[in-house]
Design a binder for this molecule. Sequence first.
Ligand code: COA
Length: 380
Amino acid sequence: MVGAGHTRFGALAEGPRALLRQAVDAAVTSVDRGFDRSSIGEGFLGTLGFSGWQLGNSSAILAEEARIPRVPVSRVENACASAGFALRAAIRAIESGAQDVVLVAGLEKMTDAPSTRRRYWLGVSGDTEWERLAGLTFAGVYGLMASVYLAQHHVLPEALAEVAAKNHAHGALNPNAQFQKPVTREQVLASPFVADPLRLLDCCPVTDGAAALLLAGEEKAHAFTDTPVYVAGDGAGSDSLALQDRGSLTSLAATRRAADEAFRRSALDRSAIDFLEVHDCFTIAELLALEDLGYAPPGGAAALELSGATRLGGSRPVNPDGGLKAKGHPIGATGASQAYEAFVQLRGSAGARQVRGAERALTHNVGGSGASATVTVFTV
Ligand code: COA
């Protein structure tokens, strides 16, 4: 990565075109030695669908707003993992030698849609017959996972509340975050239920935002900067769409597969990673991620979180940018936003939320309730 840009996340006045333009312009400006857009050979846009406003052919909008109208751009749609998979496509384009320089952008404009339409629209990323048409929302899907997890591992909801409190504390240090206010565990546990045992403060919010990345092949990267951030290895995995068809409700096989591939490709050990950006769309998802990525045994992520190890200043910080929980979760933008965090952290420019001495980072992006996942390992 030679450049990365990020808009503010939240309920924003800007429309999708303006958000894409802002993120791409910021990525271009971030390139140390200047960047000529004519060097971009291909683009990939991660998006679920602009609140249903531009469901088809939205890749053309990235080409227009990035001012690369003759460059091939493809939309990649894997629900909340859209940008993670767009990044994967960009890595493959460069690795294969097909392209030298590739643009990845992620975007979602969610707050335009009224809540009933949004519920339907988000639900299209889950199983239609057995989940959406039966009335199960995403909070409901993760609520089922959480209730099984708590019962199976004899874990109290305090562990979920700690994930929310930690990520809100981190978000308070991130000027791009939707929520920049700390909350206590007690406040989380007193917030209203959304899908028992998940409460309001266990949920990611509804968010507008975009992020963009500029990738170049290793040879070419040094023409743009002396301090590129390298992709050491990446992986992806899939699983059944419907929860009922999966082997477990407390482990995402797609994450496990993606992590195994990413660590195999990078030839790095899990212990070498300085901080993690994991997909915490609901607090339970962060616990499952830590276990599926290999950082805690089944049921062990709860104690890890409660020990403080995952906080900034702890032995392995998780979601220093506030995560989906506090930074916000504009569906198709999240994977690119996570890579943006790796870019600024590994270059030592993350400001108040800087992970001291960070040299290796892992990002983890999940589609829907776990039908797909990507894991990417970055180094300096
Ligand atoms: N975390 C913390 N605070 C939140 C919040 C969240 N996730 N969502 C809303 N709030 C706050 C708002 O800022 C507002 O605070 P205020 O009264 O001080 O201004 C208040 O709660 C009410 O906000 P509102 O927008 O009316 O909430 P809502 O009830 O319409 O929506 C959720 C709350 C949890 C249902 C909604 O955020 C949601 O659907 N989240 C999940 C999105 C999702 O499923 N994404 C895909 C994941 S796979």
